[in-house]
Design a binder for this molecule. Structure first.
Ligand code: PGA
Length: 244
């Protein structure tokens, strides 16, 4: 199975950067691959799909979607069918920044996963413990609780789960390979037990860079990585994509 590299640009980039970077990635054999996924700010998605990446294999993710499924009076929201219409294949759900800064809770996130399934998008659901749960040893219970709402979803489809320990995001402090493997195996067992009939892909995210990505991708049950900061630098991101 081909490993996935998902670039989470977050709220970064302006049109000139989008134009320059994506035109470059579209032509370069190292990055022009269907398992390279760019999670761009909403505003740039249609432009990227219809112009910059028109003849490339690179896929697009959205960084979020509305928990409201149908179109209607929801000022500022974007739903799954709009994303699908714009050519999006994947959607990140429950990134720790959304959980902590925007107060998204488990119930909202389950609506979002359901909406992604119903719109034909593959959800990339992020889970991961804060430092306090790592320190007091309750991190697996914490993650189990984050996953538990998935059982309420009736028609479950292919899903990607990204393990992103909060303390490793944007800090340069990466989890050790042993720590990553333990949690990935835990999530894998949890998901296989309940949803073995769909395709489940597991990613690691949190301070991934061109130096550590090779070792992470070599771990068992790892289907790829979710990259934040390093995905904004063309040389770093290209070096990461060379590994797949
Ligand atoms: P980082 O971010 O690679 O900058 O740690 C990862 C993420 O937020 O998904």
């Amino acid at each position: 199975m081909k490993k996935l590299i998902v670039a989470n640009w977050k709220m970064n980039g302006e049109l000139s950067k989008i134009n320059a970077d994506l035109s470059y990635y579209a032509k370069l054999p190292e990055t022009n691959k269907p398992n390279v996924v760019l999670a761009l700010p909403y505003l740039y998605i249609v432009w990227a799909k219809q112009r910059l990446l028109m003849n490339s294999q690179i896929k697009i993710a959205a960084q979020d979607l509305s928990h409201y499924r149908n179109c209607g009076a929801y000022t500022g929201k974007i739903n799954g069918s709009m994303l699908k219409d714009a050519g999006v294949d994947y959607v990140i759900i429950g990134h720790s920044e959304r959980r902590t800064l925007m107060g998204e809770n488990g119930a909202i996130l389950i609506h979002k996963v359901r909406n992604a399934f119903e719109s034909g998008l593959i959800p990339i659901l992020c889970v991961g413990e804060p430092l306090s749960a790592r320190d007091d040893g309750s991190y697996l219970q914490f993650i189990e609780l984050q996953l538990s709402g998935l059982e309420d979803i009736e028609s479950f489809k292919d899903i990607i789960i990204a393990y992103e320990p909060c303390w490793a995001i944007g800090t340069g402090k990466i989890a050790s390979l042993v720590e990553i493997q333990e949690v990935i195996d835990f999530i894998n067992r949890y998901m296989q037990k309940r949803f073995a009939y769909v395709k489940i892909t597991l990613l690691y995210g949190g301070s991934v860079n061109s130096q550590n990505v090779g070792d992470i991708l070599a771990l068992e049950n790892i289907g790829g990585v979710l990259v934040g900061g390093a995905s904004l630098k063309v040389t770093d991101f290209t070096a990461i994509c060379e590994k797949i």
